[in-house]
Ligand binder design. Structure first.
Ligand SMILES: [Zn+2]
Length: 117
C-alpha cells in the first residue's frame, strides 16, 4: 500500500515536470515568434499553426512529445502564430487541414502506375 502511494506520488511529480517542460517549450516558441498573429498582427487568441500542414496528430501525443514536435516543425520553417480567426479562415481556404500523409496516400496509386510503365 505504502509503495503504491509512493509510486503514485512519483508519477504525479513526473507528470508535473512533463507539463512544465512542455509549457516552457511553448512559451519559448511564442517568445521567439513574437506572440502576435502572422496575418493580422493581433495578440488575442493566438495559437500555433502549420502553414504546410503536419503529418502527426497532436491528440495522439503526450504534452512533451507535442511540444518537441512543434519545436522541430518550427526549425523546419513549418510553424507560425495565427489568431483563431485567421487560423479558421486559413483552414477553410485549404479545404480543411490536409495532412501531408493523406496527400501522399492520395497520390500513391498514380505514382505506382507511373512506376509500372
Ligand atoms: Zn489574425
Amino acid at each position: 500500500m505504502d509503495a503504491d502511494v509512493k509510486a503514485s506520488a512519483r508519477r504525479r511529480r513526473a507528470r508535473l515536470r512533463a507539463v512544465e517542460q512542455a509549457s516552457l517549450i511553448r512559451w519559448w516558441l511564442f517568445d521567439t515568434m513574437g506572440w502576435c498573429c502572422a496575418n493580422c498582427g493581433t495578440i488575442a487568441n493566438v495559437e500555433l499553426d502549420h502553414p504546410h500542414g503536419r503529418n502527426w496528430e497532436p491528440r495522439n501525443c503526450d504534452c512533451v512529445t507535442r511540444a518537441k514536435r512543434y519545436l522541430r516543425d518550427w526549425a523546419d520553417g513549418n510553424l507560425r502564430i495565427l489568431c483563431r480567426t485567421c487560423n479558421a479562415k486559413d483552414g477553410g481556404r485549404r479545404g480543411g487541414f490536409k495532412r501531408p500523409k493523406q496527400v501522399a496516400r492520395a497520390l500513391a496509386p498514380q505514382v505506382a502506375m507511373e512506376d509500372g510503365r
